[in-house]
Design a protein around this ligand. Structure first.
Ligand SMILES: [Cu+2]
Length: 88
C-alpha cells in the first residue's frame, strides 16, 4: 500500500530531501520517493495520506491531493517553478 501525493513548491533536490526527512519518520512509512520534476511524493508502506500531507505541510510545502499510484509518462523538464524553495 502506497500513498501518492502531488506536492506544490518543490523545485530542487534540497526540497526533495526536506520532504523525505519529514515523511520518512512517520508511522508505517518504509520508504519515500520524491519526484521533483513532476511534483509527486510517494510514501511506501502502511501509511495514511492525512498524516503524510500534514508532514509535508509542516516541512513548508503544499500537498495538493492524492493521485492514483499509476505509472506516469515521463514529462519534459519544466522550468523551475517559482515559489517556495529551501535554497532560494
Ligand atoms: Cu529547494
Amino acid at each position: 500500500m502506497s500513498v501518492v501525493i502531488r506536492v506544490g513548491g518543490m523545485s530542487c533536490g534540497h526540497c526533495a530531501n526536506a520532504i523525505r526527512q519529514a515523511v520518512t519518520p512517520l508511522a508505517g512509512v518504509e520508504r519515500v520517493d520524491v519526484d521533483v520534476a513532476s511534483g509527486i511524493v510517494t510514501a511506501h508502506g502502511d501509511c495514511d495520506a492525512a498524516s503524510i500531507s500534514a508532514a509535508i505541510t509542516r516541512a513548508g510545502y503544499t500537498p495538493e491531493g492524492e493521485v492514483e499510484p499509476a505509472p506516469r509518462p515521463s514529462l519534459p523538464m519544466a522550468d523551475s517553478p517559482k515559489g517556495h524553495c529551501c535554497c532560494g
